[in-house]
Write a protein that binds this ligand. Structure first.
Ligand code: NAD
Length: 441
């Protein structure tokens, strides 16, 4: 009988990765692109393992697993491979006259060192791997910590990543609060956390001890404003797709609808129709519809169902962690469903009296991660853009802005700090060193 190996302690993992970084091995662009290509191979050769794990953790259909996690990350890798040389190129800066005509200045893009990536459970592969792509592309060594609430995906990543990547440069540490707390006691050169604001504060406090810079990808209530006189059947279809993907457990899902009473009344049957078109009359039997991550979140969500009149849905089955795609009308802004981020398949409709009141409603609350606007009016679109603050702004289509690799993805205020994707990941995981050269002669 063999005794299982003692897991490496966090301090030893970090020391080992720091030693690798000091050798300079991760700096050449060829090493970085080599690691990205290996990660791409993992995602293509072992995609079925990942899709199975995502199905076990969240009931994701394989179509959804490929679209929102596996192919998403492959696209991020391809985009990075196509542009990395350009993103890393030094940028020259004009030199003031007092330094003389022979002086030159530029910025050099340096890796930071050892990066920690802490991922959540809702897109447990994408939200661990997309930051990893950026951190490796920038030439860092990386510790990744998958979410213990998605145990099948965590185990798959812990098995597969070391089989494909340089194990002295990328380490997977599995576990929950004790393991993450132990990791956070170590000194990192950057911490990238995705999850809720309460833990975000824990991360920020721990990072302060070492003056470690932090990216916080958090959540919050992302509103969808629906103007009068728009094609409501298109709006209903897009709202339902964005909201009920992954059973509503998406950080940028439309959290609630904000509209005037007449538009709300017209939208109700169209949302019910859109849900039926997407998932049939019995969504529990639909392969396309996922389940709630665990019983704790199921109970939290079930308690929100009586915050309004049920337009469609409302059904649930705790043993299956199934909560029907649900639309609630006549929702009071002070009701429980409006007091916290829903993060589940419940879409409340809140009514306001026109655009001024909608803007005031949004600005009275925490700055959202995303804000969606369904309007044909240039004035309305322009006013919302100018008078509100949110991580991202989507006209006409929820969620899609985060698939544009060269748009920075991140929050503001309570929805987070910093951003990533595409070249923005290079900015996040690098230091831009200022260089001045004044010839000696
Ligand atoms: P979670 O519970 O999986 O937690 C995230 C990570 O924090 C996990 O790795 C977990 O182990 C760790 N953690 C939990 N408690 C901790 C503690 N006390 N100390 C140290 N580490 C701890 O995920 P979650 O927070 O439930 O995720 C849901 C939230 O994340 C929602 O608010 C959602 O909007 C947000 N989110 C944001 C984004 C984004 O990109 N901005 C993406 C997905 C989710």
């Amino acid at each position: 009988m063999t005794t299982p190996a003692t897991p490496e302690q966090p301090a030893d993992v970090v020391a080992r990765l720091r030693a690798t970084f000091r050798t300079g091995r991760t700096k050449p662009v060829a090493w970085r692109t080599g690691q990205l290509r290996r990660l791409r191979e993992l995602l293509t050769e072992r995609s079925a393992d990942l899709a199975d794990a995502l199905h076990a953790d969240l009931g994701k259909s394989s179509t959804e697993a490929y679209r929102t996690e596996i192919d998403f990350t492959v696209r991020e890798i391809d985009h990075t491979l196509d542009h990395l040389d350009a993103w890393l190129r030094p940028e020259s800066a004009p030199v003031p006259a007092h330094l003389g005509a022979d002086a030159t200045a530029w910025t050099q893009v340096d890796p930071l060192g050892v990066v920690l990536v802490i991922a959540p459970w809702n897109y447990p592969a994408q939200l661990l791997l997309a930051p990893l792509v950026g951190a490796l592309a920038a030439g860092n060594t990386v510790v990744v910590k998958p979410s213990e609430l998605a145990p099948a995906t965590s185990a798959a990543l812990a098995r597969l990543l070391p089989a494909y990547l340089d194990t002295d440069a990328v380490a997977v540490v599995e576990g929950g609060i004790p393991e993450t707390t132990a990791l956070l006691a170590e000194r990192f050169d950057h911490i990238f956390y995705t999850g809720n604001g309460t833990v975000g504060r824990v991360v920020l406090r721990a990072a302060a001890e070492h003056l470690t810079p932090v990216t916080l990808e958090l959540g919050g209530k992302s509103p969808a404003f629906v103007d009068r006189d728009v094609d409501l059947s298109v709006v209903a279809d897009r709202l339902a797709r964005g909201k009920f993907l992954n059973a509503g457990q998406t950080c940028v899902a439309p959290d609630y609808v904000l509209t005037d009473p007449e538009t709300a009344a017209a939208l109700e049957p169209l949302l019910a129709h859109a849900v039926e078109t997407l998932y049939g009359t019995d969504p529990q039997a639909s392969d396309a519809y996922g389940h709630i991550i665990n019983e704790r979140h199921f109970d939290r969500l079930a308690a929100l169902l009586d915050s309004g009149r049920i337009v469609v849905g409302g059904g649930s089955d705790r043993t299956d962690k199934y909560l029907a795609p649900t639309v609630l009308a006549d929702v009071d802004p002070g009701s429980p469903v409006m007091r916290e981020e829903i993060f589940g398949p419940i879409l409340p409709i809140v009514t306001v009296d026109g655009l001024d009141e909608a803007i005031a409603f949004i600005n009275d609350r925490d700055k959202p991660l995303a804000l969606y606007v369904f309007s044909e009016s240039g004035d309305t679109r322009g006013r919302i853009a100018a008078e509100t603050s949110s991580g991202g702004l989507g006209y006409g289509l929820p969620l899609a802005h985060l698939t544009v690799s060269d748009l920075p993805f991140g929050g503001v205020g309570e929805s987070g700090m910093g951003n990533y994707h595409g070249r923005w990941s290079i900015e996040t995981f690098s230091h831009r060193k200022a260089v001045l050269d004044k010839p000696l002669r």
